[in-house]
Write a protein that binds this ligand. Structure first.
Ligand code: SIN
Length: 312
């Protein structure tokens, strides 16, 4: 079946794309997650058959593991339906990089799962949501499209390496050094690289009750980082710590010593860079394994999933 003759399921989770302000001129003083996904779809002429489902209604700053688990379940359920060609997810931009990476690693779908968002609320005079949603629908109907993809401001990104890079601009998302995987121009895709792939961890890895998921914290290396934060964490130790290192993933000597104490007490410690782009090049300094190009937020998801998979 061609994608365009199959059903596209639109899952709503909230975000600014579903937000409203009192004034149409107000692009920032709004409440996120106010309109239902069915209402958002009224603003776009969807080609083909669509179904909508409201999975959640949150400002994505409040995203949590319970919602991730529920969302992964609904995505997996719809992906397994023969008549479903693609899934579109409306989401907030603030934690988009985390949810996209989570779904990518757990499901690695062979159908398109296209996430989209907006920087201006639905009530804005010049809202970006409807265009982003239209582009997400166009991408989801593109023959051969696959994997977790994120569309915003005419750019298409793969999940790994995605970051929210700007607090205000409409093109708030960045694919890091790799840049966008494709662009959508007037509903047509101009693709630069292959579709994302990878091995799915599978739903079994994230099936257990969320209360029993490992706790993974993020600490930042910075001038004067003396490691006391890590020592405080060790009073009620998490299972994992990600350190957002300076430059090439380097860590303040005192913080490094505290992290080595954490490793010695059984905590899994991984490092990444706090830089806005680039990767950690070279070996695993001082026994701290690196998570390469992942942002600190994505590195936390990677370590969480690594620890979950180890227990499965
Ligand atoms: C959110 O992340 O839910 C609010 C901000 C946004 O969508 O841009």
């Amino acid at each position: 079946m061609q994608n365009s003759t199959r059903t596209t399921v639109i899952l709503g989770t909230g975000g600014t794309i579903a937000g409203t302000a009192e004034q149409a001129q107000d692009n920032v003083g709004y409440k996120a997650a106010q309109l239902g996904v069915a209402q958002l779809m009224e603003a776009v002429a969807a080609p083909g058959r669509v179904e909508t489902e409201q999975v959640a209604q949150v400002d994505s700053k409040d995203m949590d593991h319970v919602l991730w688990q529920a969302l992964a379940h609904r995505v997996a359920f719809h992906l397994a339906r023969d008549e479903v060609g693609a899934i579109v997810i409306t989401h907030g931009t603030d934690t988009m990089e985390e949810t996209a990476y989570f779904l990518h690693r757990v499901l690695a779908p062979t159908k398109p799962v296209v996430m989209t968002a907006a920087m201006r609320p639905a009530s804005a005079l010049l809202s970006d949501g409807p265009q982003n949603l239209r582009d997400a629908l166009a991408l989801s109907a593109t023959p051969g499209a696959r994997g977790v993809l994120v569309v915003m401001a005419q750019q298409v990104f793969a999940a790994p390496g995605l970051r929210k890079a700007h607090s205000y601009r409409l093109d708030a998302l960045s694919g890091g050094d790799a840049g966008p995987l494709a662009r959508i121009e007037e509903g047509r895709l101009r693709r630069f690289r292959k579709w994302p792939d990878g091995a799915a961890l599978g739903m079994a890895a994230v099936q257990r009750p969320v209360e029993s998921w490992p706790r993974v914290e993020i600490v930042l290396s910075h001038a004067g980082a003396d490691g006391r934060l890590v020592d405080a964490l060790l009073r009620e130790p998490p299972q994992g710590i990600v350190v957002a290192g300076t430059g090439n993933g380097t860590v303040h000597v005192q913080l490094q010593a505290a992290l080595q104490r954490a490793v010695a007490s059984g905590v899994a410690v991984r490092r990444c860079t706090r830089c806005a782009a680039g990767t950690v090049i070279g070996g695993d300094a001082e026994g701290l394994l690196s998570l390469g190009e992942l942002s600190p937020a994505q590195a936390r998801v990677a370590l969480l999933l690594e620890l979950l998979a180890a227990r499965a």
